[in-house]
Design a protein around this ligand. Sequence first.
Ligand code: AMP
Length: 112
Amino acid sequence: MDCVFCKIVAGEIPSKKLYEDEQVYAFYDIAPAAPVHFLVIPKSHELTCAADINEQNSEIVAHIFSVISRLVRELGIENGFRVVTNCGEPAGQTVHHLHFHVLAGGDLGAMA
Ligand code: AMP
C-alpha cells in the first residue's frame, strides 16, 4: 500500500518515534505547525479518517486518546494542547490513514 504512515509503521521511512505498542504509533510531525507537534496513529490502515469510526471499531480511538494523555504528561504539556483530526481534502487531510495531531507550545490561538 502506498501510504506514508504505513511505511513509517513498517520502518521503511524513518520517523522520530515517541511511543509504540501493538496497536498504536506516535511520532513527531515532519512539518511542525506548533513548537510541539506529533501524530498518533493506529498501526492498521483500516480507517481512513474520523468519518470511518463506528461502534464496531471505535475502541482504537479510546486507546489513542489514552496514549495522547500519557504522552502529554510525559512531555509536560498536559495543561495546554490541542488534538486535531482532519477528514477530507477540504479539511486539509493529505494522508489518508486515520491520525490525530497533537499541538502545543506558545499560543495556539483560536480554533479553526
Ligand atoms: P493531514 O494534513 O491532517 O493529513 O496531516 C498529515 C501530516 O503528516 C502533516 O502534518 C505532515 O506534515 C505529516 N507528515 C507527512 N509525512 C510525514 C513523515 N514522513 N514524517 C512525519 N510526518 C509526516
